[in-house]
Design a binder for this molecule. Structure first.
Ligand SMILES: [Zn+2]
Length: 278
């Protein structure tokens, strides 16, 4: 396999190192900017981050991942159990944020694999099964491309998520940073017990879904509603602390992706309206 050498600077401590990236991900012209995950130890000892690289191999930007992985040995019987550690080892931390995001918000998932490995599909099937509430399982389809020539891949779906089994991310259909997923995984990894890690993530997702289902019922009965009024209603009705605006945007996105874009559009924002006037 031929490689392209790319000089990468850690966005946190500025250490510079040349990393080798398989040539074939640059030979494609379809997917534009590629996100390459640099693990802890890849460039410097402490930090992990994402490098945005264009199809010519030029670095276009960086994104930090402020999450430290504890080095806990993986269980031997990993095939029988689904663990976050194993999931992260296969897809990388940011890959895991993306895959969970795609699962929750129902984006089709495509994975390019160049080697026969049941592990990748096993783990992917398990996330849908283990992390999502029962009513939402079996959605957001996962498809695999058995291909080494990235130019031959036909992906007409701009709304799909695409990555390869070498942890390179080729297409993300969303703009936002994955703060919800990062926070959820950060908390889970603080727990030592692997089953509890999975349970905690499942609970965080269920909570969001419960809020979205409530908001869906509200939206079905109104013509429109302001986000600030929604915040009050959610807190009152579900007896939880007032959700912040980021949370509301997650709920809105969930409704748009899972139920109906029309319904989601009923949530209005005074701040947005004000900005549109300017
Ligand atoms: Zn660093």
């Amino acid at each position: 396999m031929s490689y392209k050498e790319i000089e990468v600077t850690c966005p946190t401590c500025s250490l510079v190192k040349v990393i080798k990236v398989p040539m074939r991900i640059f030979s494609q012209k379809k997917f534009g900017t590629i996100k390459i995950q640099v693990p802890q130890g890849g460039v410097c000892k402490e930090h992990q981050f994402i490098v945005f690289v264009d199809t010519k191999g030029i670095v276009r930007g960086y994104d930090r991942i402020d999450l430290l992985m504890k080095t806990v040995a993986e269980r031997e019987d990993k095939r029988k159990k689904f663990s976050m550690k194993h999931f992260i080892n296969l897809y990388g931390l940011y890959g895991v944020f993306c895959l969970i995001h795609a699962k929750i918000f129902n984006y089709p998932i495509y994975i390019i694999r160049d080697k026969e490995s049941e592990d990748f599909s096993y783990v992917i099937n398990k996330i849908g099964e283990k992390l999502l509430p029962e009513a939402y399982r079996g959605t957001s389809n996962v498809s695999f491309f058995d291909e080494t020539d990235y130019n031959k891949i036909k992906l007409n779906d701009k709304n799909a998520f695409l990555m390869d089994t070498h942890q390179n991310i080729l297409q993300t259909p969303w703009e936002e940073k994955l703060k919800f997923e990062e926070e959820m995984i950060r908390k889970a990894l603080d727990i030592f017990d692997e089953e509890e890690q999975v349970n905690l993530i499942q609970q965080s997702i269920s909570k969001l879904v419960r809020e979205a289902e409530y908001v869906k019922r509200v939206l079905e009965k109104v013509k429109e509603i302001y986000d600030e009024d929604l915040v009050d209603r959610i807190a009152r009705e579900l007896m939880i602390p007032k959700p912040n605006y980021y949370r509301i945007s997650l709920i809105k996105d969930f409704i748009k992706q899972r139920y109906s874009p029309k319904l989601a559009a009923k949530i209005k924002s005074k701040v947005e309206e004000f900005l549109n006037l300017l």
